[in-house]
Each structure stands twice: as structure tokens, then as C-alpha cells.
Design a protein around this ligand. Structure first.
Ligand SMILES: *[C@@H]1O[C@H](CO)[C@@H](O)[C@H](O)[C@H]1NC(C)=O
Ligand SMILES: *[C@@H]1O[C@H](CO)[C@@H](O)[C@H](O)[C@H]1NC(C)=O
Ligand SMILES: *[C@@H]1O[C@H](CO)[C@@H](O)[C@H](O)[C@H]1NC(C)=O
Ligand SMILES: *[C@@H]1O[C@H](CO)[C@@H](O)[C@H](O)[C@H]1NC(C)=O
Length: 472
């Protein structure tokens, strides 16, 4: 029994000696005497890094919990978060006996101890964090310093994919003046633990969703020495619903209406007026949207380009309508040959329009009564008259051998023939003008359909390109 006790005492002594040179001597097992003992040994040396040999680096372990994502400012390229940060290090040589001194831990004023000058490299704004005046010391010399921190950090924000963007912001924790020979940073919790704990407590995310947190050590070498840092990369994903509902869907609606306005006949003024109203509506929409879109100096979000293209296409389709209306009401009856060839021979088959209606027959029947001139014309537009047939009513003529120049029948026939020629000329002149006009109408229809197909194709390819960009 005695022997056992003795061995135990020796073991305890050895342990204490092994861990550090000398334990604190508390006179009473209460906080006051512990404080007095600490005051004598540690607090008086709070200007010195707590190591026995200055060559030994102090390991400062760091971990944090992300409590809130307060915002991302694209213009200033900053990222505001709220962290609970925990630093831990060891005061070499400090131990006390829990029984002898009455407690395992003691919270002491921050000013009483040496505190590592850990800061965040990306810090951009003045520190508006609440002040915590105390740190914990435990009986093995562990110091635990926990504080809330409101961090406004610089972050390179890529907004090309807005509103489907993912941001990768770093927080690098390290000492400001101590080289890595004096302060080494150690990861207190694994990045997965930090992520899962942050997910549990995350209170305000706003429009951002926490995707991942990764941690890596880094050594910043400058002349004179290296600075040891721990870099946390925080991946954030924007929640796009607000922007899809407020920006994308209304824009797509307006584009669809613009597409369907091609159903209106181009020669009427209605269509251009309608398109003009749409453009006005879209401009108002763009004005409202300006407040929602992020702005930075160097990159423009793809969605901005999409809106510009949409507006451009609306303006383009208005111009197209004006052009079609102009050529369909063209005062110049002559259609240039190249226009006829390009439009009627090449474009018309592309847009599946053939002017087979153009071979319309005009039949002029001559009744015995010359005042009744009946013309029947195929009424489909566009029409063109290629053949003008004039069927004179067979006139029964007695074939008599004694024909003379002064035959009254011949006289009558000659008159009739002259009349017919006049009528024919008149009819020709009457149809000449509409023919070219109808050419212009047809050309207008072909061009309208061709440009409409281009419009659809362009809109579709823009949408596909932007979707690919967003999902990549
Ligand atoms: C505590 O007391 C022991 C002897 O009682 C002494 O050897 C030791 O140095 C003292 N420790 C401190 C920190 O004063
Ligand atoms: C500090 O950490 C390093 C490894 O990262 C280790 O080798 C060293 O012993 C630690 N120092 C102290 C005082 O714990
Ligand atoms: C985030 O950025 C850091 C460096 O800036 C890079 O090492 C890391 O791979 C990035 N993470 C992702 C997921 O892109
Ligand atoms: C976080 O990133 C790490 C390293 O890139 C990866 O191994 C891990 O699966 C990611 N976690 C999540 C939840 O995406």
C-alpha cells in the first residue's frame, strides 16, 4: 500500500516536471489565490511571447463558425460576413493543480496576457466587431480566445454568370508582424467541421447559399522571412429565384409578344405602332432592372448583354417593319432586276413561299353588247397577269364570193377590230400598274418572313448560348 502510494507520487511528480518546470503555487483552492498566482507568474510577463526559448514557434490554432453572410458588394468588390472566431495557443510552462487551485479554467482580462496579432489579410473596413474583454486559461496552459468578428473583406467577384454565379472568397488568417519562426497557424477544426457547424448556426444568408468551405496553409515569403497563414476559401452560390422572376421572365414575355407581333400585317401602321409601344415598355423595364443588376467596372453580366440584344432585336424588328411598309407602298413601280432575282428566286424558296398565284388568267369575254365588258380575274393576292386572252365571239359571216371593199360587213368588222385593239390596250394599261405593285407586296412578304425567321433563329441561339454559359 505504502509502496503503491509512493510510486504514484513519483509518477505524478515526473509528469508535472515533464510537462513544465513548475506548477503554480496556490495558497487556497479558490479563484482569488489562483488569480494571485497567475498575476505573479504570467501577467507580469504579458509583453513576451510565452515560450521558454524564443526559437520555439507558438502554434496558434484557428477555427471559426460562419454565423451570417451579410452581403456582397459587387461595385466595391467586398464581401461582408459575421464570424465567431476561436484562437487557441499554449502558454509554455503554465500549469496548476485543479484541486490545489480550485478550478480547471479561469477567465482573465485580455490585457493581462500576450495575445497573438492575428488578423485577416483581406480586411477592408474598420473593425466594427463587438469587443470581448475576456479570454479563458485552463490548467494546462491552454488559452482560448473567442470573439465575434464582423469582416468586410475584399473578394474578387465574378458576375459574368449573374444571377447564376458562384463566388469564391478567401479569408486568410495570419500574424501581421511575426514570421513563421515565431507564430505558426494551425487549423483548429477541419474544414468539414467548420462547414457543418456553420450550416447549423447560419442565421442570415440573404440571397446567398453557403456551398463549401475549404482550408489550406500558405506561406507568404517576403525578404526577411515567411509569414504563415491559413487560407479559408468560402464558396457561395447566389439564389437566382428573385432575378429569374423579376428580370428574366418579364423580358422573355416582352420578347414573345414582339415575336407574335409579326402576325400583324406589315403594310398596316398597326404593327409599327405596336412595336413602338413594346420598345417603350421594354425601356421602362430596363430602367427598373438597373437597380437590381450588379455593376462592376471590368465585367458585364451576360444577362445585361442578353437584355441589350433583346432591345436591339426589338428595335431591329421595328426598323424591318418600317422598311417593309415602305417598300410595299413603294411609288416606284419598277422592281430592279437583281431584287427580283435575289428575293423571288433565292429567298422565296428558303422561306417556303412561291408565288404560284401569279399566273392568273384574265379572260375578257365580248358579249354582243359591247357596253358589257366582263373581266374575271383570280382574286388571290399576290397576283400577276401573264396572259390576256381575248376571245372574240364568233361572228357568223356569210361566205359570199362577191366580196368588195365597201362591203358593210367588212366595214363593221374593221371597226370592231379597232375597238378591240383599244380595249386591249386599255386593259393592259389597267393591269400593268397593279402588277408591279403586287410584285412589291410579294417581295415585302418574302422579306418579312425571311427576317422573322432570322429573328427567331437569333433569339433562340442567344438563349441557348446564355443558358450554356449559366449552366457551365
Ligand atoms: C512552488 O513552490 C515550490 C516549492 O514549494 C517551488 O519549488 C516552486 O518553484 C514554486 N513555483 C512557483 C511557480 O513559484
Ligand atoms: C507546433 O506545430 C508543429 C507542427 O505543426 C509541431 O511540430 C510543434 O511541436 C508544435 N509546437 C508546439 C509548441 O506545440
Ligand atoms: C477558390 O479560389 C482559390 C484561390 O483563389 C482556389 O485555390 C480554389 O481552388 C478556388 N475554389 C474553387 C472551388 O474554385
Ligand atoms: C468541398 O470541397 C472539398 C474540396 O474541394 C470537396 O472534397 C468536398 O466534397 C466539398 N464539399 C461539398 C459539400 O461540396
Amino acid at each position: 500500500m505504502e509502496l503503491k502510494k509512493g510510486i504514484w507520487l513519483i509518477y505524478l511528480h515526473l509528469m508535472l516536471f515533464h510537462v513544465n518546470g513548475s506548477a503554480l503555487n496556490c495558497t487556497w483552492p479558490n479563484a482569488e489565490s489562483l488569480y494571485d498566482a497567475l498575476d505573479e507568474t504570467i501577467f507580469s510577463k504579458n509583453h513576451l511571447r510565452p515560450v521558454n526559448l524564443l526559437e520555439t514557434p507558438t502554434n496558434v490554432s484557428i477555427s471559426f463558425i460562419l454565423v451570417g453572410i451579410l452581403g456582397v458588394n459587387e461595385k466595391a468588390q467586398t464581401f461582408t460576413t459575421f464570424l465567431w472566431i476561436r484562437l487557441e495557443w499554449i502558454i509554455e510552462g503554465l500549469t496548476w493543480d485543479e484541486k490545489e487551485c480550485g478550478s480547471e479554467k479561469l477567465s482573465v482580462k485580455r490585457e493581462n496576457l500576450w495575445i497573438p496579432d492575428i488578423f485577416i489579410l483581406e480586411f477592408m473596413d474598420e473593425d466594427q466587431s463587438p469587443i470581448t474583454p475576456y479570454v479563458y486559461i485552463d490548467s494546462r496552459g491552454h488559452v482560448m480566445d473567442e470573439k465575434p468578428l464582423r469582416v468586410v473583406s475584399s473578394c474578387k467577384l465574378g458576375i459574368l454568370k449573374f444571377p447564376f454565379d458562384v463566388q469564391n472568397c478567401s479569408l486568410s488568417f495570419g500574424s501581421f508582424i511575426h514570421y513563421d519562426s515565431a507564430i505558426r497557424m494551425v487549423l483548429g477544426l477541419s474544414a468539414e467541421r467548420i462547414l457543418s457547424q456553420s450550416r447549423e448556426v447560419l442565421q442570415t444568408e440573404g440571397e446567398w447559399e453557403l456551398l463549401n468551405i475549404t482550408a489550406a496553409e500558405s506561406l507568404l515569403s517576403l525578404d526577411g522571412g515567411g509569414y504563415h497563414d491559413i487560407v479559408f476559401n468560402i464558396l457561395l452560390k447566389r439564389r437566382p429565384v428573385l432575378y429569374v422572376v423579376n428580370l428574366l421572365i418579364p423580358s422573355c414575355f416582352l420578347n414573345t409578344v414582339d415575336l407574335f407581333s409579326f402576325l400583324l400585317p406589315p403594310q398596316s401602321v398597326d404593327r409599327s405602332a405596336f412595336k413602338m409601344t413594346l420598345i417603350l415598355g421594354y425601356t421602362v423595364f430596363l430602367l427598373i432592372m438597373n437597380d437590381l443588376l450588379p455593376v462592376t467596372g471590368n465585367t458585364t453580366p451576360a444577362i445585361n448583354v442578353f437584355f441589350s440584344i433583346s432591345l436591339g432585336m426589338m428595335v431591329g424588328s421595328l426598323l424591318e417593319t418600317l422598311f417593309i411598309t415602305h417598300i410595299q407602298n413603294s411609288s416606284n413601280p419598277h422592281v430592279p432586276r437583281w431584287v427580283r432575282i435575289v428575293v423571288l428566286q433565292y429567298l422565296a424558296p428558303i422561306v417556303c413561299l412561291t408565288n404560284k398565284q401569279q399566273i392568273n388568267r384574265v379572260t375578257v369575254d365580248l358579249n354582243p353588247n359591247p357596253t358589257q365588258l366582263v373581266t374575271t380575274v383570280g382574286m388571290q393576292a399576290p397576283f400577276r397577269i401573264h396572259h390576256l386572252e381575248i376571245k372574240p365571239r364568233p361572228i357568223a359571216v356569210d361566205h359570199q364570193p362577191e366580196k368588195s371593199a365597201h362591203d358593210p360587213v367588212m366595214e363593221e368588222l374593221r371597226k370592231l377590230s379597232q375597238d378591240l385593239r383599244t380595249i386591249s390596250r386599255l386593259v393592259e394599261r389597267h393591269f400593268k400598274e397593279p402588277q408591279t405593285l403586287c410584285d412589291w407586296t410579294f417581295i415585302g412578304i418574302v422579306l418579312d418572313r425571311f427576317l422573322f425567321l432570322n429573328y427567331v433563329l437569333f433569339l433562340f441561339s442567344t438563349l441557348v448560348a446564355i443558358s450554356v454559359l449559366w449552366t457551365s
